[in-house]
Design a protein around this ligand. Sequence first.
Ligand code: NAP
Length: 259
Amino acid sequence: MNRRGAGVDAGDEVANRVALITGASRGIGAEVARLLGAAGLHVLVNYREKAARANTVVDAIRMAGGHASAAGADVCDEAAVKALLADVGERFATLDVLVLNASGGLERGADPGYAMRLNRDAQLRLATLALPLMPAGARIVFVTSHQAHFYPAKPVPDGYEPIAQSKRAGEDALLAVKPALADRGIALKVVSGDMIDGTIIVRLLQRRDPAAVDARRNQAVLPTVDEFAAAIAQAALDSDHRDTTYVGGADYLIAVAHE
Ligand SMILES: NC(=O)c1ccc[n+]([C@@H]2O[C@H](COP(=O)([O-])OP(=O)(O)OC[C@H]3O[C@@H](n4cnc5c(N)ncnc54)[C@H](OP(=O)(O)O)[C@@H]3O)[C@@H](O)[C@H]2O)c1
């Protein structure tokens, strides 16, 4: 751990392949970390400030026989990201999977520019800075929501627009560098999900805009964290996986098919 509080903890034995999952201290990212750990990768469980939660995820992966380390860094903090990647380079000399899962903007007190800094700028910067560690055959997975992926074609819940806009901008920024990634043999995959049942975000949206959440529930049963995480892990692991995977929200896909 370096002076900025960023870096990879002194962890256990090293597996052959290494995956960094941003925002893996809870929710969907934590479940993706468990799945990639079970698949035999050394998992770097990134968190912003909840080190204890990240360590719980690391412990669970190790208890299940996998390899993992907690990897602290606010992805918006360029110096912290560089320090984290320097640690990864020193310790593992490779990064085979990068799951861009960390996201935000609905936090209390977040300034108006925060969503764009986190959901667009930080995603592209991390992907770009990680490239020197990523060999041919490596994979970047961008995690998004249908509310963002289909923005602005479809309405979004009250208060979610800055997140939808910035996550869409993040996806577009990554897609713009996809050919350059492909030149290096690195694949970019997108996994988009409907509202995911039981998550903190959906509970928050339920309070702000209950009608929007009810409207999604009326379409179909919302996907679970396990289902969404399984699709993300599959996109990270399957060599011939489709470019964009959709989880839930069949009505979004029908609407797009007819446009
Ligand atoms: N929830 C849904 O209904 C839903 C639906 C579709 C798609 N998604 C997508 O799935 C992904 C995960 O969603 P979630 O609901 O599991 O999120 P979440 O519960 O809000 O978890 C956010 C995670 O991101 C971390 N994080 C936040 N800001 C960060 C930063 N600046 N740097 C590093 N880490 C940061 C948090 O770390 P700390 O704990 O340390 O703060 C936490 O681990 C997001 O990309 C989201 O858009 C979610």
